[in-house]
Design a protein around this ligand. Sequence first.
Ligand SMILES: C[S@@+](CC[C@H](N)C(=O)[O-])C[C@H]1O[C@@H](n2cnc3c(N)ncnc32)[C@H](O)[C@@H]1O
Length: 211
Amino acid sequence: MRVRRRKGAEEHLANNPHYVILNPEDAKGHWQEIFGNDKPIHIEVGSGKGAFITGMALQNPGINYIGIDIQVSVLSHALDKVLASEAENIRLLQVDGSSLTNYFADEEIDLLYLNFSDPWPKKKHAKRRLTYKTFLDTYKQILPEHGEIHLKTDNRGLFEYSLASFSQYGMVLKQVWLDLHASDYEGNVMTEYEQKFSDKGQVIYRVEAMF
Ligand SMILES: C[S@@+](CC[C@H](N)C(=O)[O-])C[C@H]1O[C@@H](n2cnc3c(N)ncnc32)[C@H](O)[C@@H]1O
């Protein structure tokens, strides 16, 4: 997903260093100090405009959240939501999900979310999917032993690919939802894309996978 360049986005991020981590390499191994407590840390890779990560932070004050997105303009929209929420347990990071080991020490993260990741349907682009095995290598390193990835998508192709990729990696599929919104799953926080696709009547898939 490409979002139109937002005027002033870079300045907006730079002007809010409390919420946006501007020197992410320096944060590696210091996330508890950044949050000022030792609560568990959950991250969303590809957090988009931030509805999920902000909603989760408000719903779960006992957990610290980090929204990660590669695009400056997208993250600047997420920053608006973070500022409006006044949640203290949330930070934002503008980096590539493929290089998370530069910004997080081994086992520094407790849980990782992937929501409505770009599907990259062409086979030649499989390496760009956020559930490709090189991404799983990265996630495994920063999660604890038996750490978990929770994924939601409307895209059946990406869902099937991700289930296979997790399995081939030796991960355990703890639970799978083929129609999340018709299930008895409680406490679901919608993402922007989830809202858009469910409004169109599309089913939402979800999986919890464990290393
Ligand atoms: C389709 S959007 C979904 C946004 C949001 N999770 C939602 O559900 O509304 C995918 C997001 O992932 C981000 N993204 C794609 N590849 C990424 C990568 N390698 N590292 C970090 N973010 C990435 C994009 O910039 C985009 O904001």
